[in-house]
Write a protein that binds this ligand. Sequence first.
Ligand SMILES: Cc1ncc(COP(=O)(O)O)c(C=O)c1O
Length: 438
Amino acid sequence: MEKDSCQNLYRQAKKIIPGGTQLLSKRPEMFLPGGWPAYYKKAKGCRIWDLDDNEYLDCSLMGIGSCILGYADSDINKTVKAVIDHGNMSTLNASEEVELSELLLELHPWAQMVRFARTGGEAMAIAVRTARASTGRDIVLFCGYHGWHDWYISANLGNDKSLDGHLLPGLDPAGVPRALEGTSHPFKYNDSEKLLELVDRYKGKIAAVVLETVRNVFPDKDFYKIIRKTTKDIGAVFILDEITSGWRLNCGGAHLLFGWQPDIAVFAKAISNGFPMATIIGKEKIMNSLQSTFVSSTYWTERIGPAAALATIRKIKEKNVPAHLEKIGKRVQKGWRNLAKKNNLKIRVFGIYPLGHFSFEYEDSLILKTLFIQEMLRQQVLATTAFYVSYAHKNKDINLYLAACDQAFGTIAEAIKSGDPEKYLKYPVCHSGFKRLA
Ligand SMILES: Cc1ncc(COP(=O)(O)O)c(C=O)c1O
């Protein structure tokens, strides 16, 4: 690797951009502080070129879950380029909004109405506002990660560890009005007992129960049944966040595969393969309460988002992308297990096949994770302890990836044996969640 343009630019960025990046999960400190190439010049398929033209195979998070088809997909780009030529914005509306609404409702027959936004967090805020408007109540029970908005981060006002264990630990509620304390309460996935305890405590005041359909584990047999029955009984809105789970296991929300019927479902990220788009779909009576509350924004009307989503959904269906993600994801998870065994490493593998994860089962696991990232990067592979598979990852890429993993696992085994794995690190240990940058 040559030159240091990325490191130099990131050092400059930290002086003028608080926190360095716009998304916590893109902070180089989350991977390899001082070593991760923060910026890209070009991205295509599952390859990325940094500012110094170093080429990497991306087997990490693929645009943090947004590029399910791969980077700069030619079909989606063609659609978007045509939109640009015809005008992305005007005083009138984009007809693609109606076309996309019809397609989403065709895929999700339980829903009758659709609204759009452009990012996952804001779409979730709209879903929660809708539930509060339609019930006239305030309290939200939730599980999982749902973005940066006040309704969600307020859960950390009373106990700043409430959100730990919901994907990102350490989320600080500074700046969230104290008055929101007690309006959002977390429960863990599959923990129906805790959910029922919260329902009992706040009955009559609950606007919504919110959860990610699936992430690291599959739902227990009764989890859905209990949530659906309870929300019906207490008149609360059942909201499914499909921002990360959607489009990967099937064409549509993962809830279709499980036979679940929510009141609202929210999509973003992979729905438009790297172009900003988010959708909120739901039952007519509940969605209609959006007419009684003000939810409106200029750039929610631009045209690239719905056009990119239409093209992406059609390609996911036509190419049966979920089957590809499953096949490659299975190979990756099996590869991790085999290579860990070969190199005498204790790891735990988890997650649905398209969103595979592993953890080092050792006390100093963060040091080992950092060492893994360092060793993979040395072999020109962007990697972490998760692999979000895309349609662009083919078997030949996985051959390269697993060969690099074998090498990295070998070094990690040697480092553990030495009794001081940290001395194998050329960089500081990576961050595990949200914290202030020095
Ligand atoms: C399940 C889930 N909900 C909400 C969000 C927030 O979406 P965005 O980052 O587009 O605001 C994310 C992002 O990681 C997510 O995974």
